[in-house]
Design a protein around this ligand. Structure first.
Ligand SMILES: NC(=O)c1ccc[n+]([C@@H]2O[C@H](COP(=O)([O-])OP(=O)(O)OC[C@H]3O[C@@H](n4cnc5c(N)ncnc54)[C@H](OP(=O)(O)O)[C@@H]3O)[C@@H](O)[C@H]2O)c1
Length: 307
């Protein structure tokens, strides 16, 4: 079968990661089956217009997941998490249950290449963050399955910096790293482009667990690059100590950046060899980030809600 005829089943296809994967796979000539819960929604219609088949279902619906696996060569598996606040109301246990059910269905269907999207902070030791340790549990489960699997561990998304509550509307961005501390970020669009290469080269990537990122940036660099793109001065500081002291969620995330686990250690040279025009933060700000930055600068000051 040529790439054109092989079907990849993409979960979360109306979201950031799955949407990026569906787009990149279609561009590379794969047949894509997008798992969506609302086949009549605008995002599903856009996927269909881009040539994706639609498989309607809910992540809690084992029958729908098994049915969607029919005739599939590859699977891209990503789940919503408790770290996304109230967006989906998912518990860590549910995230694990969704992910293991998808993996079990893929194994029964004899899938040729299963790609699971985890988090860069995952590893041998627990992180103390529920929605990261859930991914460690899923990775451990996957390791027990005799199925051709690649685990990718994305860094923080560039898109996250544009969220309300991080201060861009006040021209003063706060995030986890110290001003001189580098942290890896990935453009959502690069997730798909990297995964399209991973699926195209099973002989190289099956059996691997790899961090993925697009660029390494310090807080000071963020401020300089954002100021240039916005044509106004934007300052950067780490979340204030008082704020971290009273917010255990943010405090633990900041500690994981300090410990290096959330700062990221993706091999950017290898990734750039794979996708030569991987986004830098500058090229992202001039491309897919341009409208997001414009919107963030103009947004009403909002409560911090990481997604
Ligand atoms: N943000 C970051 O910096 C970052 C970094 C690394 C890893 N992550 C991880 O990325 C994951 C989220 O990925 P994302 O950002 O691509 O998510 P997203 O953009 O919020 O999209 C979530 C997707 O899941 C679908 N979905 C949610 N609940 C569903 C259900 N019950 N049944 C079927 N589909 C359902 C949504 O469909 P609808 O359109 O129908 O809602 C949507 O397609 C989380 O596990 C997070 O921990 C995030």
């Amino acid at each position: 079968m040529t790439t054109n005829e092989k079907i990849v089943l993409v979960f979360g296809a109306t979201g950031q990661q799955g949407g990026s994967v569906a787009t990149a796979l279609r561009a590379a000539g794969w047949a894509v089956r997008a798992f969506v819960r609302d086949a009549e929604g605008e995002k599903a219609k856009t996927l269909a217009a881009a040539g994706c088949q639609l498989a309607k279902g809910n992540l809690g619906d084992q029958y729908a997941i098994e049915a969607a696996m029919a005739g599939v060569y590859g699977v891209f598996s990503v789940q919503p998490s408790s770290g996304q606040g109230d967006a989906y109301g998912v518990s860590d246990a549910q995230e694990i249950a969704y992910a293991t059910m998808i993996a079990d269905a893929a194994q029964v269907a004899g899938v040729g290449h299963f790609v699971y999207s985890s988090i860069n902070a995952a590893g041998d030791r627990a992180t103390g963050m529920g929605h990261f340790d859930s991914k460690i549990a899923v990775e451990t489960y996957l390791a027990s399955l005799p199925m051709p699997i690649t685990v990718v561990r994305p860094s923080a998304f560039m898109e996250i910096l544009m969220l309300p509550g991080l201060g861009l509307d006040q021209a003063s961005l706060s995030f986890f790293m110290r001003p001189d501390q580098p942290m890896q970020f990935i453009a959502a669009a690069d997730i798909g482009r990297i995964i399209a290469m991973v699926l195209a080269r099973p002989e190289r990537f099956v059996g691997r667990t790899m961090e993925i990122a697009s660029d390494f940036i310090t807080g000071e660099q963020l401020a300089a690059k954002l100021s240039q793109a916005a044509e106004q001065t934007i300052s950067y500081q780490r979340f204030p100590d008082a704020m971290l002291a009273e917010n255990p969620f943010l405090r633990r995330l900041a500690a994981l950046v300090d410990e290096g686990r959330l700062a990221g250690s993706a091999d950017l040279d290898e990734l750039r060899a794979l996708v030569p025009d991987l986004y830098t933060f500058d090229s992202w700000l001039a491309g897919p980030g341009k409208s997001l930055l414009k919107e963030a600068l103009r947004a009403e000051t909002g409560a911090l809600s990481l997604r």
